[in-house]
Design a protein around this ligand. Structure first.
Ligand code: ADP
Ligand code: MG
Length: 384
C-alpha cells in the first residue's frame, strides 16, 4: 500500500488529515547470522517491502493504533497504562516504541497511527522491526526528538526485548533505520559503527533471490534463547565479554580450551561467521567479481546447519536445490527454523532455478515457497 492510500485510510478512520506519512523497510541479511548478540558483524540490506504509517500527534496521553492489514479495529491505549509484556497482540510493537521513548525521557504525549505493511510477516524479513522503526521515526519527527537512526534502532530493540518480550539482537532495527538504496550495511553490532557498501548486483548480471519457505517451526523462540545462552556460556568459559573478541586466528586455540562439544560448535560458528562477513566486505570493496561472494554464503549455510544447528529441512531443500541448479551461493537468512533463504545467481539462471525450487517443494509435499528478487532499497524515511 502506498503513502497516499495509507493517508486516505487515516482520514477515513480518524476524520482528519495525518500530520505526515513515514515508511520503514524489512530487511534481508546477506551474511552475518546469529552474530548480532555476540557483539559481532552483520551485513543486511533493506528490502523494497515497507511498513507505511500515517501519524498525527496527540497531547492528551492517548495512543490510537490501527493496522489496515488486520481486522482487529482501532486499539485505544493510555500512555500511563503501558506495561511491559502485558500485550500479546500486534499493538505491542508500536506501543512498545512509545513506551521505550517515554522511558528514555522523551516527551511523547500521544498519537493516532494508521499503518499498512508489505513486509511478509513471520518470514524472517523483519516485519516487526519495520513496524517499530516506522513509528519511532514518525514520533521522532513529530515531537522533534532529534534522534539519529542508530538511536531509534536501540530504542526499538528495547521495545521488542522488554515491552514485547522477544529477545532479538540489534540488527533488524538498525537495518530498517539506517540502510541506503544500492548498498548493504556493514554493521559492527558492538558500537553500531557502520559503513555503506555499494551492492549493485544487476550491473554484474547477477540476482539475489529471497525464497520464503512459508514455514515457521513452533520451537524457534525457545531455540533462539538456547543458542544465545550457549554463546554467553562460551564467552564466559573463554574469559571474554563476547564471542566477537575471539579473533579468527585464535579460533583453534580457543576451541582446544572447551570441553563441551555443543559450546565448541556455537563458538566455531560465531567466530567463522564474523570472518565471513569481513571476507564479503573485502570482496565487495575490492571491486572484483561479486560471484566470489557465492561460496562464502554457502559456507555460512553449512555452518548454520551443522555447527549452530538452526536450519531445517525446508531451508536445506532451498539451498541444496538452488546449488544443484547453478546458483553461485545460497544460505538461510534470519534466525532459522523456517523463514527465508537467499540465493545468489546469474540473471540468466533465475527462471530455471526458481522452477527447480518450486518443483522440489511440490515433490516433498510442501506448500509452494514465495520467491522474489531482492534489490537493496532505501531505509526508513518520511514519504508524505
Ligand atoms: P518477522 O519480524 O520475522 O516478520 P516477528 O514474529 O518478529 O516476525 O513479527 C511478526 C509480528 O509483527 C506479527 O505477528 C504481528 O504482530 C506484527 N506485524 C507484522 N506485520 C504487521 C502488520 N502489517 N500489521 C500489524 N501487525 C503486524
Ligand atoms: Mg521480527
Amino acid at each position: 500500500m502506498g503513502a497516499q492510500e495509507v493517508r486516505e485510510g487515516f482520514v477515513r478512520l480518524y476524520g482528519a488529515e495525518p500530520d505526515g506519512v513515514w515508511a520503514a523497510p524489512g530487511r534481508v541479511n546477506l551474511i552475518g547470522e546469529h552474530t548480532d548478540y555476540n557483539d559481532g558483524f552483520v551485513m543486511p540490506f533493506a528490502l523494497p517491502h515497507i511498513a507505511v504509517a500515517a501519524v498525527s500527534r496527540r497531547t492528551d496521553g492517548v495512543l490510537r493504533l490501527h493496522s489496515a492489514d488486520l481486522d482487529s479495529g482501532v486499539a485505544e491505549l493510555r500512555l500511563d497504562d503501558l506495561t511491559p509484556e502485558s500485550d500479546k497482540k500486534w499493538t505491542a510493537y508500536p506501543a512498545g516504541v512509545v513506551w521505550a521513548l517515554r522511558e528514555a525521557g522523551h516527551p511523547v504525549t500521544g498519537a493516532d497511527v494508521h499503518l499498512s505493511s508489505t513486509v511478509p510477516s513471520g518470514a524472517g524479513l523483519s516485519s516487526s522491526a519495520a513496524l517499530e522503526v516506522v513509528v519511532a521515526l514518525a514520533l521522532n519527527d513529530l515531537f522533534e526528538l532529534g534522534l539519529q537512526g542508530w538511536q531509534l534502532a536501540r530504542l526499538c530493540q528495547r521495545a521488542e526485548n522488554v515491552y514485547v518480550g522477544a529477545p532479538t539482537g540489534i540488527m533488524d532495527q538498525t537495518a530498517s533505520a539506517c540502510c541506503e538504496a544500492g548498498h548493504a550495511l556493514f554493521l559492527d553490532t558492538r558500537d553500531l559503527s557502520q559503513k555503506q557498501i555499494p551492492l549493485d548486483l544487476a550491473a554484474e548480471g547477477l540476482r539475489l533471490l529471497v525464497v520464503d519457505t512459508q514455514v515457521t517451526h513452533a520451537h524457534s523462540g525457545g531455540e533462539y534463547g538456547k543458542r544465545r545462552a550457549g554463546c554467553e556460556k562460551g564467552a564466559a568459559l573463554l574469559g571474554v565479554d563476547a564471542l566477537r573478541d575471539i579473533a579468527y586466528a585464535d579460533l583453534d586455540a580457543a576451541l582446544a580450551r572447551l570441553d563441551d562439544e555443543e559450546v565448541r560448535r556455537l563458538v566455531r560458528h560465531v567466530v567463522t561467521e564474523d570472518q565471513r562477513v569481513e571476507q564479503v566486505v573485502a570482496l565487495l570493496e575490492s571491486g572484483g567479481d561479486t560471484r566470489a561472494v557465492g561460496p562464502v554464503l554457502t559456507a555460512g549455510h553449512a555452518s548454520l546447519r551443522d555447527d549452530f544447528r538452526v536450519s531445517c529441512p525446508e531451508l536445506d531443500l532451498v539451498v541444496d536445490t538452488a546449488l544443484a541448479h547453478g546458483a553461485l551461493g545460497a544460505r538461510m537468512t534470519g534466525g532459522g527454523f523456517g523463514g527465508s533463504a537467499i540465493v545468489l545467481a546469474e540473471a540468466a539462471d533465475v527462471d530455471a532455478l526458481t522452477k527447480a525450487v518450486e518443483e522440489a517443494f511440490a515433490a516433498a509435499g510442501l506448500k509452494a515457497p514465495r520467491v522474489f528478487e531482492a534489490v537493496p532499497s532505501a531505509g526508513a524515511r518520511r514519504v508524505g
